[in-house]
Write a protein that binds this ligand. Structure first.
Ligand code: GDP
Length: 191
């Protein structure tokens, strides 16, 4: 049971997480409309298709990536799919999450404030070794930018988070986001 401590690595839940093949729960948070579903669809299906919005309650997709050291990481991605209002769902949603990805829209300062609220929520309710990433999405809309790169970076640094700007539309930095997260995951010690 040596790996049991490692946050959301869930070695007891399905048993397919080991030192070389990690399986992690990743929760997405952020205001409605910032592009969470589009980021996931871009990552998992390689598409940008805002019309194919998943409609089930809390949607769930998974995707495996291979790292250079021949480790694989299977992300089980939880998207609130518009349920972010229901505070009662939160404990269930956060439970066992190894990764929290908090998304805002660089053209929308309110979504940046909201992102900071979600960071606090995850710091309060998430597992102590959760890996947190702050994502400024819609980076293709430079002429409408209202949140500076510096503001995103500063906030992330203060909170010990990884920061990146992405565009689900152009695919910019989408794979990098998940690769960087994978590199930061605590590894279960080989038993
Ligand atoms: P969610 O509510 O956070 O899941 O947001 P969606 O993924 O449904 O996206 C909301 C809207 O933002 C849609 O109309 C998308 O077309 C648009 N969108 C998402 N990502 C991007 C992006 O990177 N660039 C641009 N320009 N639009 C985006």
């Amino acid at each position: 049971r040596s790996a049991g401590r490692a946050g959301g690595l869930n070695p007891d839940n399905g048993g397919d997480s080991d030192a070389k093949n990690l399986r992690v729960k990743l929760v997405l948070l952020g205001d409605s409309g910032v592009g969470k579903s589009c980021i996931v669809l871009r990552f998992v299906r390689g598409q940008f298709d805002p019309t194919s919005k998943v409609t089930v309650g809390a949607s769930f997709l998974s995707q495996t990536i291979a790292l250079q050291d021949s480790t694989t990481v299977k992300f089980e991605i939880w998207d609130t799919a518009g349920q972010e209002r229901y505070a009662a769902l939160a404990p269930l949603y956060y439970r066992g999450a190894a990764v929290g990805v908090i998304v805002y829209d660089i053209t929308n300062p309110d979504s940046f404030s909201k992102a900071q609220y979600w960071v606090k929520e995850l710091q309060k309710h998430g597992s102590p070794d959760i890996v947190l990433a702050l994502v400024g999405n819609k980076a293709d809309l430079q002429d409408k930018r209202e949140v500076s790169v510096q503001d995103g970076m500063d906030y992330a640094e203060k909170n010990g988070m990884f920061f990146i700007e992405t565009s689900a539309k152009t695919a910019d930095n989408i794979n990098q986001l998940f690769e960087e997260i994978a590199k930061r995951l605590p590894r279960p010690s080989p038993s």
